[in-house]
Design a protein. Sequence first.
Length: 289
Amino acid sequence: MQNNEAENIELVLPEEEQETTAEVVEEVVEEKVQTKDELDEVSDNVKKRIDKLTYKMREAERQRDEALNYAKSINHTNTELQEKLKNSDSSLFKEYDSRVQSDIERAKIHLKEAQDAGDAENIANATEALSRASAEAENLKRLQAQQAIRDKKAEQSVQSHQEQVQLQADTPPAPDPKAEAWAKDNSWFGEDTVMTFAAFGIHRQLVEEQGYDPNSDEYYKEVDKQMRKNFPTKFSQEQQAPVQQVAASTPGVAGKKGARKVKLTPSQVAIAKRLGVPLTEYAKHIEGV
């Protein structure tokens, strides 16, 4: 069925494309003997090109995830260092407290011995040592209280940072409402291979070459404008303006009587060549044959 329909299509190309008419008609003849596998191969090649463009977008997401993983790693390292410092401080405080308590006990023993001996000088010395050790004990308590406050704040800060990093990692980027609305209004996107690939090509041209903001209304208007220009019959709300049809001909190959004439615009020819899709296949696609 498809081969018979191909025979009934007579391409009408822009004037600058007339020199390539012979090649186009030869492609029509070749379509008669193309197997289903060959046609599937054309579709597979187009799909691979779309997959390549999709890969670039996915690569950006992978790079973002890698950055988050790196941030998690750095955060984990900071947590370990914080824990080591905390343990180190705790060991120092314990050692200091042990020494102070030993000094207090020693001073008490010396004071009792001096009191029992009635030695006034040793009583004074032991009392002074006890006072000094007791003061150090009070100072240690203040230091421990201050350190506990700092540890608590540091722990809360680390926990807050961990939660923030985890939230960023677990929460996917919010979809662009404009992109969602546009995709909803254009149900062919992702379903129609040729049109989807053409949309990707228009996107790259607008953003990379012409500097359009992909989040702006102007960007989506221009995408729609070019898609309707390249695929006029696919959009029922617009009618293709009548054009003067000039039949393409090739020496030795005559046009068939009653053949459907399909006029391709220069941009449509360019897109077909870029996709590597035969012009007759592209013509059938835009005409809905």
